[in-house]
Design a protein around this ligand. Structure first.
Ligand SMILES: [Zn+2]
Length: 273
């Protein structure tokens, strides 16, 4: 079990901490598989920034920032570098989520060493995950970008789209970032209208997922078609259409992303009738 903390508790058993060294989104792991566990940091270079993430099964968890590329070196030469995406499935899901948190926290620490308002050096807030500027009082928090992903349903059909950013022919639910001033539900309705030109309603929350590439929070929804014909935005969508369960294009199934969970859930409901 993982408990989120910003400071090590006084009674922490530090005999076998978990260390997550990260350089440009690549996590250095135990070559035997799993996160690296050791009594001491695998980086003795004092210039390496570290951040406490919490306690995993009684042991402290630390993120260590190895950026830039010519920055601090690992003392342990045999740690295996694995890009965060590829780490999925190789370690328990809870550990993968912690590694994603580590990537976001080291990015936050590295990009908030100076105040964005007055340029003075900041210090770490002892109680919250935040940086404080003592000169002007400005506080900065880790950047988190809410995004929505939605599966539009019409009777026994779902709308699936081949996004222009996908590397190959691959269909998925529609997704987009939430804009300032709108609710998640507003974003669902707007994005669907912008991307495929149809009107939707009955927006229902499905679940959410931290998505550390680099700092999104994906919020999943189902909704129903109300009106209009599909008219894809050519800047974003290569192709979009309605599909039934027995006639699906290449789609994510289950796996690491909420788009796969949405489609899996819909297929289960369809097969249950
Ligand atoms: Zn300041």
């Amino acid at each position: 079990m993982f408990t989120v903390l910003t400071q090590p508790p006084a009674d922490l058993d530090d005999t076998l901490s978990v260390w997550i060294p990260i350089r440009s989104g690549t996590v250095y792991t135990d070559p035997g598989g799993g996160l690296w566990r050791s009594p001491a940091s695998p980086v003795s270079d004092g210039s390496a920034q570290r951040a406490f993430l919490g306690v995993l099964d009684g042991h402290g968890v630390w993120a260590v920032d190895l950026d830039p590329a010519d920055g601090p070196a690992l003392d342990e030469g045999d740690l295996e570098p694995v890009p965060l995406r590829k780490l999925y499935g190789r370690i328990p899901d809870e550990h993968w989520q912690i590694a994603g948190r580590a990537a976001q926290i080291v990015e936050f620490e590295r990009t908030h060493r100076y105040c964005g308002r007055c340029g003075s050096p900041t210090r770490t807030n002892p109680s919250d995950r935040a940086k404080i500027c003592d000169k002007c009082g400005h506080m900065a928090f880790p950047r988190l970008s809410p995004a929505m992903i939605v599966l539009v349903e019409r009777g026994a059909e779902v709308l699936l789209a081949w996004g222009r950013q996908f590397p190959g022919r691959f269909y998925s639910a529609l997704a987009g970032f939430v804009e300032p001033g709108e609710s998640l539900e507003d974003a669902v309705v707007r994005e669907v209208r912008e991307e495929v030109g149809i009107t939707v309603g009955n927006v229902r929350y499905f679940g959410s997922q931290p998505w550390p590439f680099p700092h999104s929070l994906m919020c999943g929804f189902n909704c129903d078609w109300k009106a209009g014909e599909i008219d894809p935005d050519p800047d974003e969508i290569v192709d979009a259409d309605w599909y039934t369960a027995d006639n699906l294009p290449p789609v994510p199934r289950g796996g690491m992303s909420i788009s796969g969970w949405l489609i899996e859930d819909w297929l289960e409901r369809m097969s249950a009738g």
